[in-house]
Design a protein around this ligand. Structure first.
Ligand SMILES: [Fe+2]
Length: 92
């Protein structure tokens, strides 16, 4: 589980960084909203990791953490990241 949290942390940080660079390049108007959402996810993930470590691996915590991560990423991709693609098409 700790390895999974570490993997997700590295992966999302890299992905968010790449996405933020891209938004900067195309001068995406809602870049700050995206950056705030990314920071919040990284903070929530760190909080879950700490909760997991202090609880000693409680199964319901693992299920909740898993659900939270899937929900967040799905919503973020469908609501916010999709808009970057739409904007990129307009400015072509
Ligand atoms: Fe994003």
């Amino acid at each position: 589980m700790v390895q999974l949290f570490d993997f997700l942390d590295d992966y999302t940080k890299q992905h968010f960084h790449d996405e933020e660079m891209y938004m900067q390049n195309i001068r995406y108007p809602e870049i700050e909203v995206q950056k705030t959402a990314h920071k919040k996810f990284i903070a929530d993930l760190a909080k879950l990791k700490t909760e997991y470590q202090t609880s000693g691996g409680n199964i319901s915590l693992i299920i909740n953490a898993n659900q939270m991560i899937i929900d967040w990423l799905t919503k973020h991709i469908f609501n916010m990241d999709k808009k970057i693609g739409a904007y990129a098409k307009i400015i072509k």
